[in-house]
Structure formats: structure tokens, C-alpha cells
Ligand binder design. Structure first.
Ligand code: PLP
Length: 382
């Protein structure tokens, strides 16, 4: 018998639901990706760089011009200077950045705290490093940090706490006061932070993102991860970055160079060109996605789902207790897909121990207006 290193990992719900959506012809609001393209200038830039021969390995740390654009974006967004050479590394997706950061931090026997519900790559990354995840549920209904439970979960073996704001799947945000509270909680402990901020620019209602990048005390012990895929509507490019103080960056790069060595060269050239010419893209993003959220919520108001508009991300949670309370959320997501032609993601899959009465599904609203209208029409008939 082959001894699996990840015996509990199977095909993820994201793959299963997207497959089911394809088989049944359902509108796919399950997996988180846009059904529209990234900016034309960005796509043209890739073609140009491919045709002009920028097709060989780039530096292991990422293209210098792109790292400089990331530093400029950080300075504009958060008013802090992060060094393009010693603190910023371009990676093939945020997922690889998270994986490498975990490998850098976790030794066998260490514990990492995850706040459930959480993104599915965290736990396998910790397990492959020989560590163990300690699951602390966020407090319902707003998916807020339960500070007492978090404090109680810290042990002498705790080496890492994962943060994710704006939060997938709930859209919840951490505030500056939350970051201060966390800094006070871990002061004097040998605990690091991986702050997954891939939705940093998808934040609504005029709220400013509280980035760990702008919190000096937390940043001193953090890896902050983001994704060009989310920000530029090109999730399939799997290009992201990680920002960390120089000593942590040096450790991460030791691992990154043997996992991938470097990201994809022409994509990095194109992103650097586009960011230099179109800094307004990032500033316009909150309004762009807020309009989609508002449209989807307005249309869904005529349904039997109940919900609060998401404060961030491109996901909207919806409670179906008034529709089929007897179904668990996995069964509900399948039923919605097969019987009503709209694919969604059950929220319980983001938990180790989901609350038994959880009746929430997640819809992705990173979709064209006609897709959202069609989907909502079907959901209003449920
Ligand atoms: C919370 C979170 N982190 C990380 C990622 C992965 O980003 P990337 O596609 O750049 O690897 C995702 C993608 O869905 C996500 O939702």
C-alpha cells in the first residue's frame, strides 16, 4: 500500500462543482473566477512580449520591473515603502507563495492556527511540512475573530497564524483594531503570520483595507501574499507575489527556487507594463466589483435566500434556511446545480468541523451583467 502523505485530501469541491456545472450546463457561480477577460492592453502586452522573444527564464525573485511596480502599488495603496529587491518576490500564484512561506516557517511538530472557514491550501501545506493545524472557528454570523478562542489556541508549539482579509468565503474584513489586537496577543511569542490578502483591492462601501503591510509590528513577522489573478481578472495566469521583511524573504526564496525557480516571464513583462501605464485600474476596482455585488444582491432580493451584502471579495454568501432547511449545504449546492441550473459552493467545506446547522452557499459574482441576471432569475424561482 502506498503511504499517502495527504491521506485526507481528495478532489476538491471546486473541481467537483465546476465539473457538475459543465455536465449539467448550469451557470457556474461556484469556483472563483471572472467570466470576462482582463484588460485588452494587458493581454496585448503578453502577445507582444511572447512575439518579441521574452520567453526564457527570468530572475528567480521575479522581473525587477514588476517588483518595482508592486512596490509602487504598495506605496500608493498603503503609504509604506517596501523594498523591491529584498522584500518582494514574484511567485506562480499566491498558492505557491503560501506553500513556500509555510515550508519556511513550519518544522515537524509545530502548530499553525487557521481560522475556519479557510482557504483549502493552508492545511495540506502545513501537513507536508510536518506540522499540524489547530482550527479556530470565526464567530458567526459575521465571521469575526473570536479572540478568546484564538488566545486559548496558542501553545508553546504555535509557530504560525493564518490571516485572510478580505475573507474567502464570507467577504469579512479585519480592521486596524483587529490587527492591533493580534499584535498584542502574539507579542513576545515566536509566532509568525501569513496574511493572505489576495482580495486586497476588492473591498466595498468606502472601507479601506487594513493591510498587514501597513502594520509595522505585525509586518516584522509576516509574509503578506497577493495575486495578480484577482486584481487584473486573469486568475489563469497564476501569478502572485509575497512581501516579507528581508530575512524572511531570504528564507522563502531558498524554497521558492526549488519549487518553481521563477514565474512565467512574458506574463511578468506584461503586468509590469500595464501597471506602469494604468495605476488607475486598482483604484477603480472597488467600484467595479461593488456594482456587481449591488446588482446581484438587488436581483436576489426577490428570492427566498437571505443574505447581507459582502463587505469584500467577489463572493456573496446566501442562507437557504427558508428554502430547503432539511438539506445540508453540499446537497443543496448539488440540488441547485442539477434542478435550478446555478452552481454554488457549500460553505461547510471550508471547515474542519462545520456547525451542524450551517445553511449557507457561496456565489461568485465576478461575472458579466447578463450572467448575473440569468443566474438571479433562476435563483428567484427556487
Ligand atoms: C483566499 C485565497 N487565497 C489564495 C488564492 C489563490 O490565488 P492564486 O490563484 O494566485 O494562487 C485564492 C484563490 O481562490 C483564494 O481565494
Amino acid at each position: 500500500m502506498f503511504a499517502s502523505k495527504l491521506p485526507n485530501v481528495g478532489t476538491t469541491i471546486f473541481t467537483r462543482m465546476s465539473q457538475l456545472a459543465a455536465e449539467t450546463g448550469a451557470i457556474n457561480l461556484s469556483q472563483g473566477f471572472p467570466d470576462f477577460d482582463g484588460p485588452l492592453a494587458l493581454r496585448e502586452a503578453v502577445s507582444r512580449h511572447v512575439l518579441e522573444g521574452r520567453n526564457q527564464y527570468c530572475p528567480m525573485t521575479g522581473l525587477p520591473a514588476l517588483r518595482q511596480q508592486v512596490a509602487a502599488k504598495i506605496a500608493r495603496s498603503y503609504g509604506v515603502q517596501r523594498d523591491a529587491d529584498s522584500e518582494i518576490t514574484i511567485t506562480p500564484g499566491a498558492t505557491e507563495a503560501i506553500f513556500c512561506a509555510v515550508q519556511a516557517l513550519i518544522h515537524p511538530g509545530d502548530e499553525a492556527i487557521v481560522l475556519d472557514p479557510c482557504y483549502d491550501s493552508y492545511e495540506p501545506s502545513v501537513e507536508l511540512a510536518g506540522g499540524r493545524c489547530v482550527h479556530v472557528p470565526l464567530a458567526l454570523p459575521d465571521f469575526a475573530v473570536d479572540w478568546q478562542r484564538l488566545a486559548a489556541a496558542i501553545t508553546p508549539r504555535t509557530r504560525l497564524i493564518f490571516l485572510n482579509s478580505p475573507h474567502n468565503p464570507s467577504g469579512a474584513l479585519l480592521s486596524r483594531a483587529d490587527l492591533d489586537r493580534l499584535a498584542a496577543l502574539i507579542r513576545g511569542h515566536d509566532i509568525h503570520i501569513i496574511s493572505d490578502e489576495v482580495y486586497e483591492h476588492l473591498i466595498f462601501d468606502g472601507v479601506q483595507h487594513a493591510s498587514v503591510l501597513a502594520h509595522d509590528e505585525l509586518y516584522a513577522r509576516a509574509f503578506v501574499v497577493s495575486s495578480f489573478g484577482k486584481t487584473y481578472h486573469v486568475t489563469g495566469w497564476k501569478t502572485g507575489y509575497v512581501v516579507a521583511p528581508p530575512a524572511l524573504t531570504a528564507e522563502l526564496r531558498k524554497i521558492h527556487q526549488y519549487v518553481n525557480f521563477c514565474g512565467v516571464t512574458p506574463l511578468q513583462h506584461a503586468l509590469a507594463d500595464f501597471m506602469a501605464v494604468h495605476p488607475e485600474h486598482v483604484e477603480e476596482l472597488p467600484a467595479f466589483y461593488q456594482a456587481k455585488r449591488d446588482l446581484f444582491c438587488e436581483l436576489l432580493a426577490g428570492s427566498r435566500f437571505t443574505f447581507k451584502p459582502a463587505p469584500g471579495t467577489y463572493f456573496q454568501l446566501a442562507d437557504y434556511s427558508a428554502i430547503r432547511p432539511e438539506l445540508d449545504d453540499v446537497a443543496m449546492a448539488e440540488w441547485l446545480t442539477r434542478e435550478h441550473g446555478v452552481a454554488a459552493i457549500p460553505v461547510s467545506v471550508f471547515y474542519r468541523d462545520p456547525p451542524a446547522d450551517m445553511r449557507l452557499v457561496r456565489f461568485c459574482f465576478a461575472k458579466r451583467e447578463d450572467t448575473l441576471r440569468q443566474a438571479a432569475e433562476r435563483l428567484c424561482r427556487v
